[in-house]
Design a protein around this ligand. Sequence first.
Ligand code: MN
Length: 262
Amino acid sequence: MTIPRIGVTGVVRSWDGGERTGVNAAYVRAVIAAGGLPIVLSPLVGVAYAARSLDGLDGLVLTGGEDVDPSLYGTAPSPLLRTTDRARDLFELAAFAAARARALPVLGICRGIQLINVGLGGTLYQDLAAERPGAITHDPDGPRDRRIHGVTLEPESRTSHALGTTALQVNSLHHQGIRDLAPALRATGWADDGLVEAVELPADTDEGWLLAVQWHPEEMPAAGEARATPEPGLFRALVRAAQASRRTPDSMDAEVAERSVG
Ligand code: MN
């Protein structure tokens, strides 16, 4: 079986004195650990080639990072809005739309769940602490792998099946979150304060495989594991879905090989 190729959306940042493009190593490690071949997609590719950048890919991870530009969901910016990257927003929205058109499985992480919700017509809280008084702290100081709040999962959902549980403690590294859920999405996980922390496209429709969570499974090792060993459940589920929906099946590779020999 050929290893499924999984696109992982990247960032443009300044570090070590230069402008660079890449992605947190934890995402790349998580895809590899789950049996996928990660391909980092730079937003510098731009909207015009966002769809082409998915050629040959079998799945897509929309990763964490900047706040989504609120103009994309019809809201004026709050003073508490943090860094945005409109070029990244537009690249990822175009890549997400192209992935949907191609029925590629999609996994969203943190900003990814927010981008998916906006892409499908939902809205966001720009700052949870200000706009949702009484909410638990979703962006505490501390290590990225610290499990800080509970999440309850819908028993019959892709998310609970992938994780093998209906209740878990998760890390939390976000100050934004889902306000109005996009009509097509189904909420399947909630924080202790009721905030939506997991969404998916219903399995009983033709909408394709999509799962997104507000926490960072790639930074959250399974109990008793070293930090570099991500909790595998959600990434394994993505890789399995990618294998099931491969657009370039192994049989096609084999046919090409046969023809070239014959
Ligand atoms: Mn949270």
